[in-house]
Design a protein around this ligand. Structure first.
Ligand code: GLU
Length: 550
């Protein structure tokens, strides 16, 4: 067979040589050990937690080593592509603060290793396919869908492996005349790689996540170029990651099955394969069955990345939680280093688990509470303002009306060894601080059990007379003790506990009356501080309002 002639027949338009293409992608000038990683999402309009999980690995590996993290849009499947899909990808990653150093952007390409959209790289792929054809390592296949389906049926009946191999590889050794005849008729065709592999052979692979393993060699003549001249994932992966200088490919474990194809293609091209990190699937406990299962697009809203922004999960909390799933020693590190930025943690693929990572949204909420409790009030305020601007404009208008007022409230119980942990989501902020705004104040004047309505009124009246917004919390409590004694409540809780029959209740009941009046509920952060922020007039107004309602 005259392979050169075949190559010219198939690719008359390709005049570039592989060498010319290689010359466009010089070796990257990076320090020793620097890793080059990439995200290769498809613009399907749906970005899921698994994408972010992998991206975090990519980002850490690259930036921890002084390398490059880039974005390549894998848009070879036009059927799955949606309008605005690229924008969704770019926005999702930037909202999670994972900036790409290089790659596709909304304004075009950024970097010297593009084009970064596979749909714009047809000439490159075809050049390499042409050279494989020239070397007899690839050939056209004119099989129709029906013929392939028929082969599949036969394989099923004979209990044979499925696929295009051995006697089922019907175009593998066809004479030139047959090929020319089909080309003349204009029959659509794909280009297949001529596999020399055998399922009798094993190849050793050392995965950065899964460890050492043996995989079976590929004996299938896989499609490398589809009938529209666009490559399959297999070929595009090999060509792009070679040319773009990727050193570590982080991808879902669903690609492990076709790894032998990829290794085989790298060898055929004479290129060094990258290292691979095949990440485990994200699993969850099914609330109905109690069993473990994969996160599902249909059943689990938390699989969509948009869920976290709209529900108000803090970005740093989501990232920290993913890091706890990724590296088994992260939580221990965090406990020892509560105030360090997450990126100081020495991330390592060695600490990644090869089996499924169990995603637990309750655990995420706990992480989130801790993360928020370590932020200062300005930061918390900024996040709540941003979140509410998008998701709750009415609340946004209120908390931004007087930023100093909102920040003073958010500062309560921050800092110190045991910070308050009231907020897990930005959407919790409204319920936590609504009573600070008259517009949202909907009091529930249920008084503590041991306090009658009459006593409550008297306590409120007494407090009106002595209230000073400049008191310290201790000063406030002294006043509470006095009022308690005056009305037959123990000023000292221990005294009450020692002889409950001697009192109506204790000082805590008395201060609860004030809390209920001011906050309209029985739990609120430090009351004197709250009253100091609210100011004299509002506090007096609330005391009166409550007394009137009793
Ligand atoms: N486009 C592939 C996907 O979305 C990327 C896999 C890879 O990172 O190589 O699954």
């Amino acid at each position: 067979m005259d392979y050169n002639r075949l190559a010219e027949l198939l690719f008359p338009q390709i005049k570039t040589t592989p060498e010319e293409i290689e010359a466009r992608y010089p070796k990257r000038d990076l320090p020793e050990g620097a890793k080059v990683t990439r995200m290769g999402p498809s613009p399907t309009g749906f970005m899921h937690l698994g994408n972010l999980y992998g991206a975090l690995v990519d980002e850490r590996l690259a930036h921890q080593s002084g390398g490059v993290f880039y974005l390549r849009i894998e848009d070879t499947d036009k059927k799955r592509e949606v309008e605005g899909g690229v924008q969704t990808i770019i926005e999702a990653f930037s909202s999670f603060g994972l900036p790409f150093d290089e790659g596709a952007t909304l304004e075009g390409d950024n970097g010297a290793y593009g084009p970064y959209r596979q749909s714009q790289r047809a000439e490159i792929y075809q050049t390499f396919v042409k050279s494989l054809v020239q070397r007899g390592m690839a050939y056209p296949c004119f099989c129709t869908e029906e013929e392939l389906a028929e082969a599949h049926r036969q394989q099923e009946a004979n209990k044979e492996n499925f696929g295009y191999y051995g006697k089922y590889a019907v175009w593998r050794d066809r004479p030139m005349e047959d090929i020319e005849a089909e080309l003349q008729k204009g029959t659509p065709y794909v280009v297949r790689f001529r596999s020399e592999g055998s399922i009798e052979h094993k190849i050793r692979h050392e995965d950065l996540v899964k460890g050492k393993m043996e995989v079976t060699e590929n004996d299938q003549d896989v499609v490398i170029l589809k009938s529209d001249g666009i490559p399959t994932y297999h070929f595009a992966h090999v060509v792009d990651d070679h040319l773009m200088g990727t050193t570590v490919v982080v991808r879902g474990e669903e690609w492990l099955a076709t790894l032998p194809v990829h290794l085989q293609l790298f060898r055929a091209m004479g290129w060094k394969p990258p290292k691979y990190a095949h990440t485990a699937q994200l699993m969850k406990i099914d609330p109905e069955t109690g069993g473990k299962r994969k996160l599902s697009k249909r059943k689990d809203p938390e699989l969509a990345l948009t869920f976290y922004a709209s529900e108000g999960y803090p970005v740093p909390a989501v990232l920290e939680y993913l890091m706890t799933l990724l590296n088994s020693n992260f939580e221990e590190w965090r406990r020892a280093n509560p105030d360090k930025p997450m990126n100081d943690f020495p991330f390592s693929t060695k600490k990644m688990s090869g089996s499924g990572a169990l995603f637990d949204i309750e655990k995420l909420r706990d992480v989130s509470k801790n993360v928020i409790s370590r932020m200062d009030a300005d930061t918390v305020y900024g996040y709540i303002a941003d979140w509410s601007a998008e998701n709750d404009p009415q609340f946004h208008a209120l908390i931004t009306r007087d930023p100093a007022y909102s920040k003073a409230y958010l500062a309560i119980g921050r800092g110190g060894k045991k910070p308050r942990k009231d907020l897990a989501l930005w959407s919790d902020a409204k319920g936590y601080m609504d009573f600070m705004f008259d517009e949202l104040f909907q009091p529930d004047y249920t008084m503590p059990e041991r306090v009658s309505a009459e006593d409550a009124k008297a306590i409120l009246a007494d407090f009106q007379g002595v209230f000073d917004e400049n008191d310290t919390p201790d000063g406030f409590f002294e006043k509470m003790k006095q009022i308690a004694s005056q009305h037959g409540y123990a000023a000292d809780t221990k005294a009450y506990k020692a002889d409950p029959a001697a009192y109506k209740g204790a000082v805590g009941d008395v201060s609860m009356v004030i809390r209920v009046a001011v906050a309209g509920r029985q739990n609120a952060p430090d009351l004197q501080t709250v009253m100091g922020i609210m100011g004299r007039d509002k506090v007096l107004e609330r005391l009166t309002k409550c007394a009137d309602a009793l």
